[in-house]
Design a protein around this ligand. Structure first.
Ligand code: NDP
Length: 256
């Protein structure tokens, strides 16, 4: 295959990014729009931030459509999928980014928090995939990118069994779905970031974070843009022969 002049162009593509109002999702939405994609901005509560992002994407010359939905709520996702179909007609890229960590260890974890984390990070993925894959199947192409975590690779450094279980689940889900969807030329991959500067990080103690950064060969945490860049790679034609993989974005921390 010969790559076009700009191999990461998303010109003419549509992308739905869950949890796009802040953090990694927002950075991914902006980067994809800079590459020419029209963007579906899913968010839970932060309407003002989502609207501000839509304005910024509009300035880049791309279309942005807001979709308020709790990814853990099946009925809300069914409604969002119908709205996506009306707004875009189809879907080329789905980034399952929405997530919560609600940090706590096995001794402090309540059943409620367990369920909230599993339902947002893992059931949310099941909901969006099951409802949005038909839009990709009908066009015979697509790219799905799921946000896992270094916690899903080697356990959480903060004792978060619920979060690590959900993010490890994301990897198994990704590999299995990649096998199932290959016949429709839909690629399914995951990204596993290490510590990344976002609102989510504020939940963790600075001691823990310092320890992780000290044990990271590149000696710092990631920016949200650096994670977005790997999502772009997976969404682009450069990753045409990649499916079922999980890319680690952690400054070498996974090696230590
Ligand atoms: P943030 O806390 O900065 O942002 C979370 C986003 O998810 C917000 O847009 C929020 O919407 C949205 N969201 C939360 N719950 C739901 C829900 N039920 N339905 C729809 N949207 C929801 O998170 P990050 O950017 O840091 O994290 C993004 C992803 O990357 C997550 O899956 C996270 O687990 C993963 N990750 C993050 C790491 C980090 O160090 N930051 C490391 C490894 C993985 P709203 O603004 O409306 O509340």
């Amino acid at each position: 295959m010969i790559f076009p002049n700009n191999p990461v162009s998303l010109e003419g593509k549509t992308a739905l990014i869950t949890g796009a109002s802040r953090g990694i999702g927002r950075a991914t939405a902006l980067l994809f729009a800079r590459m020419g994609a029209d963007i579906g901005i899913n968010y839970l509560r932060n309407q003002a931030a989502a609207e501000e992002l839509a304005t910024e994407i509009g300035r880049l010359g791309c279309r942005a459509v807001l979709f308020q939905a709790d990814v853990a709520d099946r009925a809300a996702v069914v409604q969002m999928a119908a709205q996506v179909k009306v707004a875009f007609g189809g879907l080329d890229i789905l980034v399952n980014n929405a997530g919560v960590s609600l940090t706590n260890d096995i001794f402090g974890l309540t059943q409620e928090t367990w369920h909230q984390v599993i339902e947002t990070n893992l059931t949310g993925l099941f909901n969006t995939c099951q409802e949005l894959i038909p839009l990709m199947q009908s066009q015979g192409s697509g790219s799905i990118i799921n946000l896992s975590s270094i916690a899903g690779r080697r356990g959480s450094m903060f004792g978060d069994v619920h979060y690590a279980a959900a993010k490890a689940g994301v990897i198994g889900f990704t590999q299995t779905l990649a096998r199932t969807l290959a016949r429709w030329k839909i690629r399914v991959n995951a990204v596993a970031p290490g510590v990344t500067v976002s609102d989510m990080l504020a939940e963790n103690s600075s001691e823990h974070l310092d320890y992780i950064v000290q044990n990271t060969p590149l000696g710092r945490s990631a920016s949200v843009e650096e994670v977005a860049g790997v999502c772009l790679f997976l969404a682009s034609g450069l990753a045409n022969f990649m499916t079922g993989t999980t890319l680690d974005v952690n400054g070498g921390n996974y090696m230590t």
